[in-house]
Design a protein around this ligand. Structure first.
Ligand SMILES: C[S@@+](CC[C@H](N)C(=O)[O-])C[C@H]1O[C@@H](n2cnc3c(N)ncnc32)[C@H](O)[C@@H]1O
Length: 236
């Protein structure tokens, strides 16, 4: 396993280029590219996040046949590959060319439906061009994308997810809840985050501190990962 898990990001020497300063700009993708190239990737686990992997081993969330799911900010694609192994039709999306190139280097599970998309999560045209239309997804899996975007983009993130899901679709997320003022990774307060998810029209099915977090992300006062399963209302 690479990285200590707790040092999710490394401070950028060029703060002008911090991601998401005015919406997600190409420049911010370039900043993430540079982090990947320079190995400043303290978020990298080298495997799917254990709480998400454990969740799927107990709750497959898969109707027959398993539907289409999106992993936004997929990085090198560990969660996307896990979902493809489980039989989902997966889109791993990231606006960093370096991340998508790295994800593509790994072999896909045999018979998998796994597509990599280099696009900005907030670029509706790019999403639509890839068939990511409103009500087109069974699920979204969030892992360290939410904490990478600027806090003012959070409502847009949640709105995008809620719109993309089919009625009854789900958002499974592992959210980094720390109380530090700076970022990325930007912190979250679990209560406020639950309120924002509900405000986006999602219904709580599970919301609890995660267990079996990676080293460095284990529960400490105000430094918890929270695991959440949120459902879009079943009727449109
Ligand atoms: C902290 S990294 C996490 C990567 C991966 N989820 C993981 O845990 O290994 C955040 C990722 O989100 C991507 N990202 C940030 N903002 C994005 C946006 N607006 N659209 C698409 N990808 C974005 C970055 O390029 C980066 O790969």
């Amino acid at each position: 396993m690479k990285g200590d898990g707790g040092n999710l990001m490394v401070a950028d020497p060029d703060p002008k280029g911090l991601p998401g300063a005015a919406g997600a700009t190409p420049a911010s993708a370039l900043v993430w590219d540079r982090r990947y190239r320079e190995g400043r990737d303290g978020w990298e686990l080298g495997q799917p996040a254990p709480p998400l992997r454990d969740f799927f081993s107990h709750h497959p969330l898969a109707p027959h046949p398993p539907g289409r799911v999106l992993v936004p900010g997929c990085g090198r694609g560990h969660e996307a590959r896990l979902l493809a192994e489980l039989g989902f039709a997966v889109v791993g999306l990231d606006f960093s060319a370096e991340a998508i190139a790295a994800a593509r280097q790994w072999a896909s599970p045999p018979g998998a439906s796994l597509h990599w998309l280099q696009a900005d999560l907030f670029d509706r045209q790019a999403l639509a061009a890839a068939g990511l239309d409103p009500a087109s997804l069974q699920g979204v899996v969030e892992h360290t994308c939410f904490c990478a975007i600027e806090p003012q983009q959070r409502p847009a993130y949640l709105q995008t997810v809620a719109e993309l899901l089919v009625p009854g679709g789900w958002l499974l997320g592992l959210f980094w809840c720390h109380g530090r003022p700076d970022g990325p990774p930007y912190g979250s307060d679990p209560g406020e985050l639950a309120g924002a998810l509900a405000q986006a029209g999602l219904i709580k099915a599970l919301w609890q501190p995660a267990t079996n977090s990676a080293t460095g992300r284990q529960q400490q006062p105000r430094e918890n990962e929270w695991l959440g399963l949120w459902l879009k209302h079943p009727s449109p």
